[in-house]
Design a protein around this ligand. Structure first.
Ligand code: ADP
Length: 306
């Protein structure tokens, strides 16, 4: 009997958001709106998305001993995430300094802070990894920590879901353990580098080339078009997203991947899990913000008509 459906290993950030009429040039000061502080970071977002839907979820992350860290712990607990494995101290809590212009475009500076101090020794406790059916990772914590987690999970027989965001080159054995590797269009092209498929406009071409890099399965998210699921044998299925009125896509990918990892941990096959996760991703774009936009189970839109 596993203690958790899902263990998320990754980042937790405070998002500090100010609206501006225009961005300052070098050496210039502009006045903006009141500061809004939101809990964020891809790891915390994934954990909150799954827990809000009822998943037994734990987060392994590092925050600072400061107000932002307490804000994050509180939002995790309210969502129902087990925070026993959230470490504190070593550096200030990671922050994303976000300015939003009237067109809705963001400029973001990230200070990784405590996320950069999440060390391999913090995450390789095999007992914790075997307590979860699935471990879900993203790339906002050090790559050596990701690699150590993936290797320990593989040794423990725990399924690995990895969202290669923000994109970075991954060791071959890390890629080989992903089941699935989850990428959006931009991340798919990055991982393909100078391979010819990176220049294709066809998600099927990216997915089959990504599969050749070693992952057991690949999921490419396609925004309003849903997702593409590709099994190890190269067969692909398009999964449409329910049509919704998009207000703010922040955190949609995190809601999608956290949900997908949970459903896989509950024993669903990959296509079935993606069919559910696209509905959660769609719900997340109908409201502003990241964690604030994630749905409860009764707020998920119906599947798209066949
Ligand atoms: P990311 O945020 O990582 O770039 P995507 O934009 O592909 O990822 O979004 C992730 C998922 O969220 C999609 O697979 C889809 O299910 C959902 N989604 C995103 N944008 C929309 C949209 N405009 N309409 C409906 N669903 C969406």
């Amino acid at each position: 009997m596993q203690t958790y459906d899902l263990l998320v290993v990754g980042s937790a950030n405070a998002d500090l958001v100010v609206r501006v009429d225009r961005r300052p040039a070098a050496g210039e000061t502009v006045l903006g709106s009141d500061l809004a502080v939101h809990p964020g970071g891809k790891g915390a977002n994934q954990a909150v998305a799954a827990a809000r839907l009822g998943a037994r979820t734990a987060l392994l992350a590092r925050v600072g001993e400061d107000g932002h860290g307490r804000l994050l712990l509180e939002s995790l607990r309210v969502a129902g995430v087990d925070t026993d494995a959230v470490l504190t101290g070593g550096a200030p809590t990671g922050v994303a300094l976000i300015t939003v212009d009237p067109a809705g475009d963001n400029s973001i500076v990230v200070s990784p802070g405590a996320n950069a101090r999440l060390a391999p020794a913090d995450v390789t406790d095999a007992a914790r990894l075997t307590a979860a059916a699935v471990v879900s990772l993203q790339l906002e914590v050090p790559l050596e920590t990701i690699a150590a987690t993936v290797r320990a999970a593989a040794a423990a027989g725990t399924r690995v879901v990895l969202n290669a965001s923000p994109p970075a080159s991954l060791p071959a054995d890390v890629l080989a353990a992903c089941d699935p590797l989850v990428v959006n269009e931009h991340e798919a092209r990055f991982l393909l580098g100078d391979r010819p498929e990176a220049g294709s406009s066809e998600p099927e071409a990216w997915a089959s080339a990504l599969t050749a890099l070693g992952p057991r399965s690949v999921v490419v998210t396609l925004g309003a078009d849903g997702a593409l699921v590709t099994a190890a044998d190269g067969t692909s299925v398009r999964v449409p997203s329910p049509p919704v009125k998009a207000v703010d896509t922040t955190g949609a990918g995190d809601a999608f991947t956290g949900t997908l990892a949970w459903r896989l941990g509950s024993g669903e096959d990959l296509e079935t899990a993606v069919r559910f996760a696209v509905r959660v991703g769609a719900a997340a774009v109908t409201r502003a913000g990241a964690q604030e936009s994630f749905p409860t189970a009764d707020e998920i839109p119906a599947p798209p008509a066949p």
